[in-house]
Design a protein around this ligand. Structure first.
Ligand SMILES: NC(=O)c1ccc[n+]([C@@H]2O[C@H](COP(=O)([O-])OP(=O)(O)OC[C@H]3O[C@@H](n4cnc5c(N)ncnc54)[C@H](OP(=O)(O)O)[C@@H]3O)[C@@H](O)[C@H]2O)c1
Length: 270
């Protein structure tokens, strides 16, 4: 698996298996095994997904060494306050069966608590509980505020990003500031797979529309986190390194922008 290097030198694999809405233990175990067999080493979990424990067991059942995988979890909104943050992180580490995660994210820019929560993220980083720290669902405005105040710059911003929500200004801002963008819902949560433009480009490359959407995230320098519970799709979603989208494909995809949000919209969060 190819890597991208974060600004502190940590290497992050360029595709992760997304784990949102994968809630049944056996389903998580099977997805993780299928992912490991397909060559994934990067797993995107979160406190609110309620599957950190199942990820731990899935990795154990798949026989993988801890040092060979990259695990992300996220501090949920209600756990951002002082006094809640630390025990919630300890619980996540216990659930995951590890002393540290490779990447710890603040799940959302909660107005009242995000400034102090970032200081707690920095403490967790300094204590070695996270090899890298970052944010999620941050707009440029939230990042400007954070960059003006932080001791440790976020290494990652995980945001909704796909061909129907391209966010070029946010991607450019992050890249200029050495913040790697992770593309969540890279298949637009399964929407638009019957889009005619995507189908045409897919046919041209002998790929599926989902693979075109995932490859587009890579072409623009972001790290996609496709989720699936099906072994064949998990395999398909990582099989995107033997072709490239050309100028014509990229121009056609640029036209697909429609501001489609399938998850949170942080634009109006003060
Ligand atoms: N930070 C945040 O706030 C945040 C928010 C949302 C998501 N995320 C992260 O991003 C990950 C991915 O986002 P997502 O789960 O919203 O959506 P997604 O990966 O864009 O799409 C997942 C949907 O597409 C289907 N699918 C997957 N591969 C396919 C393929 N090759 N062909 C056809 N259909 C396919 C899946 O169905 P099956 O499972 O049935 O195969 C599922 O219904 C999450 O799991 C999570 O890790 C983060």
């Amino acid at each position: 698996m190819k890597d991208v290097t974060l600004h502190n030198g940590v290497k992050m694999p360029v595709i992760a298996l997304g784990l949102w809405k994968n809630l049944i233990p056996t389903s998580v175990h099977k997805s993780v095994k299928a992912a490991i067999d397909a060559g994934y080493t990067h797993f995107d979990s979160a406190q609110i997904y309620k599957n950190e424990r199942f990820l731990k067991t899935g990795l154990k059942k798949a026989g993988v060494n801890r040092e060979d995988v990259f695990i992300t979890t996220k501090i949920y909104n209600s756990n951002q306050p002082d006094g809640k943050f630390q025990p919630s992180l300890e619980k996540s580490l216990k659930n995951l069966g590890t002393d540290y995660v490779e990447l710890l994210l603040l799940h959302f820019p909660v107005t009242e608590t995000r400034a102090r929560a970032w200081e707690l993220m920095e403490e967790a980083y300094e204590e070695g509980k996270a090899k890298a720290i970052g944010v999620s669902n941050y707009t440029i405005r939230h990042l400007e505020e954070l960059l003006a105040a932080c001791k440790v710059k976020p290494m990652v911003n995980q945001v909704e990003l796909h061909v129907f929500l391209q966010q070029p200004e946010l991607v450019e801002y992050c890249q200029k500031n050495d913040i790697v963008v992770e593309a969540y819902s890279p298949i637009a949560h399964g929407k638009g797979l019957d889009n005619l433009v995507l189908k045409e480009i897919a046919e041209k490359h002998g790929k599926s529309p989902a693979q075109i959407m995932i490859r587009w995230c890579i072409e623009i320098g972001t790290v996609p986190l496709p989720k699936s519970t099906h072994a064949d799709r998990i395999q398909q979603n990582i099989d995107v390194f033997d072709f490239k989208l050309d100028k014509d494909d990229m121009a056609k995809i640029a036209e697909l922008e429609e501001g489609l949000r399938t998850c949170w919209d942080p634009s109006d969060v003060e």
